[in-house]
Design a binder for this molecule. Structure first.
Ligand code: TRP
Length: 446
């Protein structure tokens, strides 16, 4: 375990980086968010739009973030300062740290629910045949019990802090090396189980049968913000993870692998959830409660249902953990790099402060919805827009391309990437933000 080349820490290998970055990207956004968004926005039409957003905006922005991080070997605020001294660009990094803070606050509450559900699954609460009404009552019972939710949320914070305090190589990478393979086997097992259930084929059909009549401007915005959130873009998580990547690694190839694995896992979790729903005769209209309300009703009908229930909620916990450590790492790296704090002190203190912000989220769903709206719907896209403008117009694509080609590495299409990041991506992101603001601000009824 001696691969630390700088005092900041670094990944042991390119595979270690890929697992950790994929761990960041693959999270509740994939297993909880993606199926529920798809179910509300026309199934396959949303999936198709999502894929387009990933390919033409998400992957290019991923390359941009990783290049900024690796070329400076710094966390976001210092990275912008290093590439654009005496300018206000560091504010983009600062916005990222703030977003990380607020995203982690609401993310940990949902992660706390997953811990609560794992506990209920282990203690056999889903064996006796749960009706939809009972399941709804269970979900409301959990969310409506502040002490319990705060406790699970706090427990989740402690787990994340314990990983991040171990450092980049000995904490994050080591945890990802164990958790990601476990996650993958659980997911494949559950997807195979669901698609082979009687009636499961209807779920596959729902996921892949495109109905473009459902596509509205809102669906496009949803697909793009979902892509940003799911790929952990727009707030400097990938700048931070890129900053621990060695020069000799092929950066675009690693970035592409991370982006495509994230998408593949989102699709695979759709293949787990929709067939399971259709097989149980439920319709996918549940909204955010999908995996918490509908799924408990179907485990009982499955052979070895308890084992699958435990496996499913363990899957959610792992997905949430490898993602929240990346959010916590952005905050920690900021204090370690900028203020020269020790990692241990930074992670406990700011993990604690962030927990203090999670408490009101756990208590008032209105506050949580507000944070989700600001940081999920807007902040990541705004951050992504500025990252494109920075790389396209200030640093210039040539600088980033030189970084991606460091040490003789090659990757096809990088000049095309330069055009995307300079013109296409910022225009698309700006149009989508403007459209969203317009529909949010226009008087009701128009
Ligand atoms: N990508 C994670 C998910 O899909 C969430 C996440 C982790 C994230 N780090 C992030 C989102 C940074 C935005 C930015 O659940």
């Amino acid at each position: 375990m001696a691969a630390t080349t700088t005092s900041r820490g670094s990944w042991g290998s390119s595979f270690g980086f890929i697992l950790a970055a994929a761990g960041s990207a693959i999270g509740l956004g994939n297993i909880w968010g993606f199926p529920y968004k798809a179910s509300q926005s026309g199934g396959a039409a949303f999936v198709a739009l999502y894929l387009i957003c990933v390919l033409i905006v998400g992957i290019p922005v991923m390359f941009a973030e990783l290049s900024i991080g690796r070329s400076t070997q710094k966390s976001p605020v210092s990275a912008f300062r290093a590439l654009a001294p005496r300018s206000a660009w560091w504010l983009v990094g600062a916005q990222g740290v703030l977003s990380g803070f607020c995203i982690l606050a609401f993310y940990s509450v949902i992660a706390g629910w997953t811990l609560g559900y794992l506990y209920m699954a282990i203690t056999g609460r889903f064996t006796a045949g749960v009706s939809l009404e009972q399941s709804e009552a269970m979900f409301d019972g959990l969310r409506g019990n502040p002490a319990v939710v705060v406790l699970w949320t706090g427990g989740f914070f402690v787990l994340s802090i314990l990983v991040v305090r171990g450092g980049v190589h000995g904490g994050i990478e080591r945890a990802s090396r164990v958790l990601m393979p476990v996650f993958f086997f659980l997911l494949v097992g559950l997807a195979v189980r669901a698609t082979t259930l009687e009636g499961g084929a209807a779920g596959v059909h729902f996921l892949f049968n495109v109905d473009f009549s459902k596509v509205t401007a809102d669906v496009v915005l949803d697909a793009l913000s979902q892509a940003f959130f799911s790929m952990s873009l727009g707030m400097g998580a990938m700048i931070t993870y890129g900053s621990y990547l060695a020069r000799r690694e092929n950066l675009p190839r690693a970035g592409l692998t991370v982006g495509l694995s994230d998408t593949a896992i989102a699709l695979l979790s759709g293949l787990m959830i929709f067939p399971a729903l259709f097989a149980a005769g439920a319709t996918p209209t549940e909204g955010p409660g999908l995996v918490f309300v509908v799924l408990p009703t179907i485990f009982d009908a499955m052979p070895a249902g308890v084992a699958f229930a435990v496996a499913f909620y363990a899957l959610l916990v792992i997905a949430a953990l490898t993602s929240s450590i990346s959010l916590l790492e952005v905050i920690t790296a900021f204090f370690v790099d900028e203020l020269r704090w020790g990692r241990e002190r930074a992670v406990w203190l700011f993990g604690g402060v962030c927990f203090a912000l999670a408490v009101p989220c756990a208590l008032w769903s209105g506050f949580m919805d507000l944070l989700i709206m600001i940081f999920f719907d807007y902040a990541l896209l705004v951050g992504g827009l500025f990252i494109c403008l920075f790389v396209g117009w200030r640093w210039k694509p040539a600088g980033a391309i030189a970084e991606m080609r460091a040490e003789g590495r090659s990757f096809p299409g990088l000049s095309g990437w330069g055009l995307l990041i300079r013109f296409f991506c910022p225009v698309v992101i700006a149009i989508i933000i403007a459209n969203q603001l317009w529909s949010a601000l226009k008087p009701a009824g128009q």
